[in-house]
Structures are given as structure tokens and as C-alpha cells.
Design a protein around this ligand. Structure first.
Ligand SMILES: *[C@@H]1O[C@H](CO)[C@@H](O)[C@H](O)[C@H]1NC(C)=O
Ligand SMILES: *[C@@H]1O[C@H](CO)[C@@H](O)[C@H](O)[C@H]1NC(C)=O
Ligand SMILES: *[C@@H]1O[C@H](CO)[C@@H](O)[C@H](O)[C@H]1NC(C)=O
Length: 370
């Protein structure tokens, strides 16, 4: 990747970025910031220094003026945003590895492809996990001292219980959420159903991060007697966040736009809100994922909708579930081939300190969808 320029002053940088923006002619800004994931190759150039510096990677032109201002005002944060996006993409691929839609990404600025312009469950998951990724990475970077404008969350102080007190460095999830609301949500425009749904799912991602915070403690006292403990709040692992969001994907609510005229909406102060399509269902909570259209079946390649299809995917011939050949290949059948796999085996530990292994070769049977 080539850079337009490096480390210019802020004013010059803004002007340059703006002029490169006018050339893109893009209409949809929804999720456009995901394109900065390509900035990762230049991670070593994103400095944390006091003097405000911007790396003029072309990907940064995908950001709005407001988003670039937020990055300038919070030196060090770009690194966290990009790292959060990377974790989100990795987690999305892992959670969906056995499904027809397996969270494919491209190197183009749209990253997740056309699925983001739809309103199905998969779209909901992409918005929620990426918003959660930014929240999580920013909250952690604050407590690691990598962002100049935030620190650990020190607001919890004093006694917490009979044998412990608050102390130490809590991950700053409130800063993470605030920043994500400003930065991530500002990509969304409009007043329509899609807009409300994207914002709802962004918030669901953030709330999942903060509601899974755990208390963590350290013992003090004579030789580990643990008479006194100091405790702080720690972020959940991102796998935990992914697991919760995947559960909410499975239980996502299909919603409709409730407007002023509708009777069902009469008790709401805000006329613009979401309600379940089926009035018998309970309204989605703040942590539930919402969608408004059925998912495509993701079976075959379709350039118009941007689905890749499952041809060539590896399936499990003995599984009755979604990763089984019947469902994954959509009934088209599969071919079987054998592959030689070499693995390290019979490893022994030698004092001290190395491990030696033998190479074992085995034959694996692979099934691939036609
Ligand atoms: C923009 O979004 C609309 C849906 O709101 C979609 O139909 C259209 O294809 C999108 N355009 C681009 C260039 O992605
Ligand atoms: C295939 O599916 C079976 C049944 O669900 C499971 O026991 C097995 O571990 C799966 N194999 C792989 C390689 O995932
Ligand atoms: C195992 O394979 C690796 C790479 O193919 C090779 O470097 C190594 O020497 C092999 N080890 C033995 C014990 O044959």
C-alpha cells in the first residue's frame, strides 16, 4: 500500500483528506469507517506522541470530518479502533465458521460487502460486533495508557465489602462506550428504519461489552493469607462478547417502524421507534439484535446481492447440523478427497527448556461442496 503523505501538520492533513474525499463520490456512508481496517499495515506509523500527527493513509479518507476530528482529539486512539475492528472481524469469522454465511470479508473499503446494505440478521451481527470491538479495544487501551485522553476508570473507591475494597485500574468501559457512540454511530445517516436498526445494533454491541464486565481481585496480607483484597472491574474476553452476540443473533427480533399514527405506538413519547413485527412478541431489549428482512439462503453465488455461495466449502459428512454436507451444500452434493496432513506429535519436554517432537503424517478425508 502506498501512502499519500506522512506526518503532515493537522491543517494541511485535513485539506488533503478532504480533497481526496470529494473524488470518491460515495453515496452510502453506513459502516464506511470499516475501511480503515486496511490501515493496519501501517500500524507502526500511528504514533502516540504528544504532537498531533495524522498518517495520510488513503483509507482514512473513508472517515467523515467528525470522525477524523475525534481521532485528532484522542491521540493514540486510531490504533485502538483498528485493533478493535480486527478482533471483530476475527470473532465474526469464528462464530460463523460453520454456517453458509461465514462472515466473508474483502480487501476493498466496504470490507463486509453488500450484506451491510441489507437489513437481515447477518447485517445486525456485523454492526453489533464491530461497535463492540471498538468499545472493547478503546476501554482496554485507556487502562493500558495508550490513549492520551483517557486513563483507567478510578471512580470506584473505598470499601466494597467486609474483606475487600475497590482499588487498582478498572478498564474504562464508559469511555469506550462514549467514544464508540460518537465515532461509530456518526457513520449512520437518515431517519428511516435502517438507520434506527443500525443504531440499535451498534448499541447492543456496546451494552454487551459493559454488561459482561467482571470483578477481579488481588490478595494482600501475610504470605498470601488474603485478609485484604483489592478489586477492580475488568473487560470480558472478546470471545465472551462474541458468544453473547451470536446467541442474540439466533434470537434476533424482526421489527417494524412504529410511526406516530399507529395505535400500538401511542404510549411512546418518541414517535420514531422499533417494535416487534409480531405484536405477540415482547419488544426487543437494548441488548437484543434487531433486523427487518429475511436473510437470503446464501447457497449460491449472486453478484447482485453479493453472496458468495457455499461451493468449495468444507463440510462435515457426519453432522446433521448446519455444517453438515446436506445443509451446507444446499443439497447439491459434495466431492471427497484425501489429503496428507503432517502434524507435530509425540512431543517430549527436555530439562531445561525445550520440546522436541516427531512428525506424524496421517491421511484426512475432506468433503467439499459442489
Ligand atoms: C446504498 O444503500 C442502498 C440501500 O440503502 C443499496 O440499495 C445500494 O446498493 C447502496 N449503494 C452502494 C453504492 O453500496
Ligand atoms: C463432524 O460432526 C460430528 C457430529 O456432529 C462431530 O462429532 C465431529 O466432531 C465433526 N467433525 C469435525 C471435523 O468437525
Ligand atoms: C518435521 O518437519 C519440519 C518441517 O517440515 C522439519 O523442519 C523438521 O526437521 C521435521 N522434524 C523431524 C523430527 O523430522
Amino acid at each position: 500500500m502506498r501512502f499519500l503523505a506522512l506526518l503532515l501538520g493537522v491543517k494541511a492533513a485535513s485539506i488533503l483528506l478532504l480533497s481526496s474525499l470529494t473524488g470518491t463520490g460515495a453515496v452510502n456512508s453506513s459502516g464506511r469507517w470499516w475501511g480503515i481496517v486496511n490501515v493496519a499495515s501501517s500500524a507502526n506509523l500511528l504514533t502516540n506522541s504528544k504532537s498531533v500527527q495524522l498518517v495520510l493513509d488513503p483509507s482514512l479518507a473513508l472517515l467523515s470530518r467528525r470522525q477524523r476530528r475525534l481521532i485528532r482529539q484522542n491521540p493514540g486512539i486510531l490504533h485502538a479502533i483498528v485493533a478493535g475492528l480486527h478482533s471483530a472481524i476475527k470473532e465474526c469469522k469464528w462464530q460463523f465458521r460453520n454456517r453458509r454465511w461465514n462472515c466473508p470479508t474483502t480487501h476493498s473499503p466496504t470490507v463486509f460487502g453488500k450484506i451491510v446494505n441489507r437489513g437481515c440478521r447477518e447485517t445486525a451481527f456485523v454492526f453489533a460486533i464491530t461497535s463492540a470491538g471498538v468499545t472493547h479495544a478503546v476501554a482496554r487501551s485507556c487502562s493500558e495508557g495508550a490513549i492520551e485522553s483517557c486513563t483507567c476508570d478510578y471512580r470506584r473507591r473505598g470499601p466494597g465489602g467486609p474483606d475487600w475494597h475497590w482499588g487498582g485500574c478498572s478498564d474504562n468501559v464508559d469511555f469506550g462506550k462514549l467514544f464508540s457512540r460518537e465515532f461509530v454511530d456518526s457513520s449512520e445517516r437518515g431517519r428511516d428504519l435502517r438507520y434506527l436498526i443500525n443504531l440499535h445494533n451498534n448499541e447492543a454491541g456496546r451494552m454487551t461489552v459493559s454488561s459482561e464486565m467482571q470483578k477481579e481481585c488481588k490478595c494482600h496480607g501475610m504470605s498470601g493469607s488474603c485478609t485484604v483484597r483489592t478489586c477492580w472491574m475488568r473487560l470480558p474476553s472478546f470471545r465472551t462478547v462474541g458468544d453473547f452476540l451470536k446467541d442474540r443473533f439466533d434470537g434476533a427480533s424482526r421489527v417494524v417502524y412504529a410511526n406516530k399514527g399507529s395505535n400500538r405506538a401511542s404510549h411512546h413519547a418518541d414517535p420514531r421507534h422499533l417494535e416487534p413485527e409480531n405484536p405477540a412478541h415482547k419488544p426487543p431489549s437494548v441488548r437484543d439484535l434487531v433486523y427487518f428482512e429475511k436473510s437470503p439462503n446464501f447457497c449460491s453465488f449472486n453478484g447482485r446481492t453479493g453472496t458468495q455461495g457455499t461451493s468449495g466449502r468444507t463440510c462435515n459428512s457426519s453432522s446433521p447440523a448446519l455444517d453438515g454436507c446436506e445443509l451446507l451444500c444446499c443439497g447439491r452434493g459434495y466431492r471427497t478427497r484425501t489429503e496428507k496432513v503432517t502434524e507435530r506429535c509425540h512431543c517430549t519436554f527436555h530439562w531445561c527448556c525445550h520440546v522436541s517432537c516427531l512428525n506424524c503424517t496421517s491421511t484426512q478425508i475432506l468433503h467439499q461442496c459442489l
